[in-house]
Ligand binder design. Sequence first.
Ligand code: ADP
Ligand code: MG
Length: 226
Amino acid sequence: MTLILTDVTLTYPDGDARLTALDRVSLEVPAGSLTAVVGPSGSGKSSLLAVAATLVTPDRGQVVVAGTDTAALGRAEQAALRRERVGIVFQQPNLLPSLTAAEQLQAMAHLSGRPVRAARGRALELLDAVGLADKADRRPHQLSGGQRQRVNIARALMNEPAVLLVDEPTSALDHERGAAVLDLLIGLTRTRSTATVMVTHDRAHLDRVDATAAMEDGRLTALART
Ligand code: ADP
Ligand code: MG
């Protein structure tokens, strides 16, 4: 298993009390498979991704990413694990306005201290894999919303992550483009062997994912494998 959450509980301060965002959540995601996470707003979906990404430390429970128990790591080691082993696709692409599509990806190599020039080949290969081979030199304002989301996804794959975490990638897209992005994510999950978790509140097309986890009030209430 590439991503393992075991009995994870996460609380946030809430006045004098604590709000339970995740309540004893356990989830295992094998390499090369995609688990969708569904549930109403506020049910803990983004919190689950944040914990899996080591962006927040749970109060209790264990998070194992690519064989590494994250609790054993210091902040700097967690940051390195995140950079090297985890790809994160947020809802909003957050592309840098002055960089071309290829440069957005090359910048990831720079952040990891890898040679940026050598990264161009890999950037172009990934842009090709997301159907943007001919858009490599465009800046964000020269791309459609769907194309920007594809750049966002390609960028998350730049450092060959073992775990790919995607938060509502289709929410800003129409039905057809949303389906195409899901197809793309499933294909990339298979070819790049990532353990992928995708939050969505679009229940369409969920028959094509490997498993669906339902969240409610911080609890994982159902896990259906498809
Ligand atoms: P979802 O993504 O399913 O909408 P979230 O994981 O964002 O749900 O939120 C789960 C619960 O935790 C909500 O009640 C939300 O208000 C709360 N929450 C999320 N992030 C924070 C935070 N940084 N500080 C305090 N409460 C938060
Ligand atoms: Mg959310």
